[in-house]
Write a protein that binds this ligand. Structure first.
Ligand code: DOR
Ligand code: ZN
Length: 354
C-alpha cells in the first residue's frame, strides 16, 4: 500500500476570483482569504458596481483597512494584497481602461452578461457595445474576465456556458486576438476543450466546489440552497473533465474560488441567491481534490504558479503548510449582522492549514 503524505508545504497561493462584498460583510469574510492567500483578485459586483478606477481605489482601501484592523488575521510576517478589477458596462470609456492600466492596482476588467448572475444588471447587453473598451484593453494588455454564460430565457440553464462559447467568447477571441481573457469558473467539458484548443492568451479559473460536486448535490434528499451557484453545478461527466484539467498540469488552468458570501436568510428562502462560500477552507478543499486524484504535487503549480504567470506577476516566495488532519467546519460564520452557511457546514474537511 502506498504511504499517505501527511503534510505539504507549498508557495503561498493566490485566489484569482473572489467576492468580498463591502462594509461589515467585507470585514466578516476577508480574514478567511487573507490567511490563506498572498493575493486575491476581487470581483467588482458591488451595489453600485465598481466601474471606475476611483471607485476601485476606494474599495481597495476599505479592503486593506479591513485586513489591517485585525492584526491577528495574518500569519506572522505574511502579507495580503488585494488585486482589483473593474466592472465592464456598455458605457465603459477607453480612457477608463488607460487609467486602469496606469493605476497599477487594477489588474482586470470583468464582463457580466446583463442578468446572468448576482448584481449583473449593469452588465453587457450587446457585445458590440463594448468593442471600444475591449480594443483599449487589448492595446493596454489589461485582461478581460468573463462570466461565461448567456442569460437568454430560451437557453437551458445547463447549456448557458456552451452557448456563451459559441455566440460570445469565440467572437471576442476572433476580433481581439491580442486580448488576454480568463474564462471564469468553468463548469463544462465544452469549456475545458475550448480553453485547451485556444491560444496562450486564454486561461480559465476552476472553483473547488465545481471540482468536488456535481449537480446531484443541489438535490440530495431535498433542495440544498447552499450548493446553488452560477454557473450551476453540472453533471458528473463534466466534473470529471474539469478535474482532469485542474490536476493535469496545464498552465492555462488556475485557482479561483468564486467564494461568494450571502447571508443565510437570502439563500434559505423562496428565491435564494446564487453563491457558494468556500473562503474558510479554500486551499484545504483544493488539497482534498488533488489528494483524491493522487497528484498532490500538482497543487502548488495550480494554486500558486499558473495564475501569477498568466497575469504577469511574480510568484510568491512565502510558504504555507497543510496537514492531513480533519477538522469540523462550523455550522455558520458571522456575516455583518447576520450569519452565513459555509460549504461543509457541520461536516469535516480532510486537510488543515497550519
Ligand atoms: O454564484 C455566484 N455568485 N455566481 C456569480 O457569478 C456571482 C456570485 C455572487 O456574487 O454572489
Ligand atoms: Zn464570481
Amino acid at each position: 500500500m502506498q504511504t499517505q503524505i501527511s503534510s505539504l508545504t507549498i508557495a503561498r497561493p493566490d485566489d484569482w476570483h473572489v467576492h468580498f462584498r463591502d462594509g461589515a460583510a467585507l470585514r466578516s469574510v476577508v480574514g478567511h482569504t487573507a490567511r490563506r492567500f498572498a493575493r486575491a483578485l476581487v470581483m467588482p459586483n458591488l451595489k453600485p458596481p465598481v466601474t471606475s478606477v476611483e471607485a476601485a481605489r476606494e474599495y481597495r482601501t476599505r479592503i486593506v483597512d479591513a485586513v489591517t484592523a485585525h492584526p491577528g488575521l495574518l500569519q506572522a510576517g505574511a502579507g495580503f494584497t488585494p488585486l482589483m478589477s473593474l466592472y465592464l458596462t456598455d458605457n465603459t470609456a477607453p480612457q477608463e481602461i488607460a487609467l486602469a492600466k496606469q493605476s497599477g492596482f487594477v489588474h482586470a476588467v470583468k464582463y457580466y452578461p446583463a442578468g446572468a448572475t448576482t448584481h449583473s444588471d449593469a452588465g453587457i447587453t450587446r457585445l458590440e457595445r463594448v468593442y471600444p473598451a475591449l480594443e483599449a484593453m487589448q492595446r493596454h494588455d489589461l485582461p478581460l474576465l468573463v462570466h461565461g454564460e448567456v442569460a437568454d430565457a430560451e437557453v437551458d440553464i445547463y447549456d448557458r456556458e456552451a452557448v456563451f462559447i459559441d455566440t460570445v467568447l469565440s467572437q471576442i477571441l476572433r476580433r481581439f486576438p491580442g486580448l488576454r481573457v480568463v474564462f471564469e469558473h468553468i463548469t463544462t467539458r465544452e469549456a475545458v476543450q475550448f480553453v485547451q484548443g485556444a491560444g496562450a492568451k486564454l486561461g480559465a479559473t476552476i472553483t473547488a466546489h465545481h471540482l468536488l460536486y456535481n449537480r446531484n448535490a443541489i438535490f440530495q434528499g431535498g433542495i440544498r440552497p447552499h450548493y446553488y451557484c452560477l454557473p450551476v453545478l453540472k453533471r458528473e461527466e463534466h466534473r470529471s473533465v474539469l478535474l482532469a484539467a485542474a490536476t493535469g498540469g496545464d498552465p492555462k488552468f488556475f485557482l479561483g474560488t468564486d467564494s461568494a458570501p450571502h447571508a443565510r436568510g437570502t439563500k434559505e428562502t423562496a428565491c435564494g441567491c446564487a453563491g457558494v462560500y468556500t473562503a474558510h477552507a479554500a486551499l484545504e478543499l483544493y488539497a482534498e481534490v488533488f489528494d483524491g486524484a493522487g497528484v498532490l504535487d500538482r497543487l502548488e503549480p495550480f494554486a500558486a504558479f499558473h495564475g501569477a504567470d498568466f497575469y504577469g506577476l511574480s510568484r510568491n516566495v512565502e510558504k504555507v503548510r497543510l496537514e492531513r488532519s480533519a477538522w469540523k467546519v462550523p455550522d455558520a460564520y458571522p456575516f455583518a449582522d447576520a450569519s452565513l452557511v459555509p460549504l461543509r457546514a457541520g461536516d469535516s474537511v480532510a486537510w488543515k492549514l497550519v
